[in-house]
Design a binder for this molecule. Structure first.
Ligand SMILES: *Cc1c(COP(=O)(O)O)cnc(C)c1O
Length: 494
């Protein structure tokens, strides 16, 4: 039977997967969620004999039920190809007493490539299926990595345009350079004088502006989203959890049915939510360990049941996790409220009015599979250094947040369940912070000087994604206030 999608804020509107992908956000401002969870219909042993693309099909066919086998396989083959620097797509490395699932081998060397390589293809097929004759305008707020991955995915894709908003002072130098050098007639990149939450709220406001939507409809445009609120991004992320498990099984590190923990560096709660979905479809997952940086709103939430964004926004060395409003948490709230959309809506209204909400004890009891933790800036640098000194393995700052939280969890609980650290970015994307951690003196040194030195120390070649921007020309220099985001979009569509 088909899986249909409905809003976390009202159960009245049901749409197909392809419609949910085109729309991005539901009309009532809620997020699309499946009306039930399918179950993996291949055994774990069978999955362990499959390659990434095959597992991708096995997972996505369960959720995207209105796509034909041919359509889905075509999207998968176009996405997971030579853009990745390894055939296995998501290699797993054993370091210390844990595993690192490396999700940074795609075109822009961060885990966002895992879903954004396929989203443009899913969207094209969805548009065709639904007879959409308008140009689709992708609006994206980015904390640094989504932006470049979405630009790379949508650049030159017929029938689409893309506008990316990033916090002007809230991304790494490399992240910014990657974005502002993006080529393509259908792309626009804008820095805003605000933080990621401002960018994300601005984009959400544009989406829910009905008048604007009508005006654009007449002009032949329709908005959609490449943020992780789009179900077309979330589901492709379920794949690598299944793939990680299958790899452990194939390498005989576990037996079929053994439970595994995942520790996930978290910002918008998209990555770890995909892990929760993987558990829901039958993957033997024990704990999902949610790792935050000093913006530890999620840690506090798991501790107390109170989500409270009223606090200082801290700029850390893991900028892609500098977030106080974790959009995808809404999908979890909806499920722990037993799919009560009204209850969820009341909490989300409270969040937008007062910046906080409290969940009930019953809801809290449904969070048993989650553990929250956080890492300070000092700990992050210490972990990068220690693992490099002990094992010669260099990780990025986001991954180090997770590694720190896992180490503490393990010490505290003695839980020896095999653990996978979801490793979200190449260390080259955050070179300055990584080099500061392992080498100390970075002051006065240029970004590319540090990159070359890091390459020597880590004994890893500089990735092509970095080589590309060494000499690339800056093509986008627009900076605007958060109030001017609509104007920038309209200018671009003129
Ligand atoms: C986006 C991002 C994260 C956080 O992922 P969420 O899905 O927002 O929780 C972590 N690390 C890196 C490198 C990222 O780009």
């Amino acid at each position: 039977m088909d899986i249909r999608y409905r809003s976390t804020r009202g159960n009245k509107e049901y749409v197909s997967a392809s419609q949910a992908i085109i729309k991005g956000l539901a009309d009532d401002g809620g997020l699309f969620v499946p009306d039930r969870f399918p179950v993996l219909d291949k055994s774990l042993e069978a999955l362990s004999a499959m390659e990434y693309r095959e597992i991708a099909y096995e997972v996505m066919k369960l959720f995207f039920t209105d796509f034909t086998e041919e359509e889905l396989k075509d999207c998968i083959n176009k996405a997971y190809d030579e853009k990745f620097d390894t055939d296995v797509i998501a290699p797993m490395t054993a370091v210390d007493d844990t595993y690192y699932l490396e999700l940074f081998h795609g075109a822009t060397i961060a885990f966002k490539d895992m879903a954004l390589s396929i989203l443009p293809h899913l969207m094209s097929v969805s548009a065709k299926k639904n007879g959409v004759d308008k140009e689709i305008v992708i609006l994206t707020a980015t904390s640094g990595d989504t932006g470049k991955a979405a630009l790379a995915g949508f650049a030159g894709v017929e029938g689409t345009r893309i506008v990316v908003f990033y916090p002007k002072n809230g991304v790494s130098a490399i992240q910014e350079k990657q974005m502002v050098t993006q080529k393509g007639k259908n792309v626009k990149v804008v820095g805003i004088t605000g933080n990621f939450d401002d960018a994300q709220t601005g984009v959400k406001n544009i989406f829910s502006d009905k008048e604007l939507a009508e005006k654009l409809d007449k002009a032949g445009f329709q908005f959609s989203s490449a943020n992780s609120i789009n179900i077309g991004r979330l589901i492709p992320q379920v794949v690598y959890y299944v793939y990680a498990y299958a790899t452990l099984l194939k390498e005989e590190r576990i037996k079929a049915g053994d439970a595994v923990n995942f520790t996930v560096p978290t910002g918008n709660f998209g990555n770890i939510l995909a892990g929760y979905y993987a558990k829901k479809i039958g993957l033997p997952v024990n704990k999902l360990i949610c790792a935050s940086n000093e913006n530890k709103v999620l840690f506090d939430f798991f501790e107390t049941g109170c989500y409270d964004r009223n606090r200082e926004f801290i700029l850390t060395t893991s900028p892609s996790m500098d977030i106080l409003i974790s959009s995808n948490l809404e999908r979890l709230i909806y499920f722990i409220a037993d799919e009560d959309a009204d209850a969820n809506k009341a909490l989300m209204d409270s969040l937008s009015k007062t910046g906080k909400y409290d969940i009930t004890d019953e809801m809290k009891a449904n969070l048993a599979g989650f553990i929250g933790g956080y890492a300070t800036e000092e700990q992050v640098a210490g972990t990068i250094r220690r693992v490099y000194d002990d094992c010669g393995y260099v990780m990025d700052t986001h991954t180090a947040v997770a590694a720190t939280v896992y180490e503490e969890y393990r010490k505290k609980t003695g839980d020896a369940t095999p653990n996978v650290i979801v490793s979200t970015a190449s260390c080259f994307k955050f070179t300055r912070s990584v080099m500061e951690a392992i080498d100390g003196s970075v002051e006065g040194k240029g970004d590319f000087e540090l990159i070359d030195r890091l390459s020597e120390l880590a004994n890893v070649a500089v990735p092509p994604a970095i080589e590309e921007i060494r000499t690339a020309e800056v093509l986008h220099s627009t900076v605007c206030d958060k109030e001017e985001m609509v104007k920038e979009v309209l200018d671009f569509l003129k």
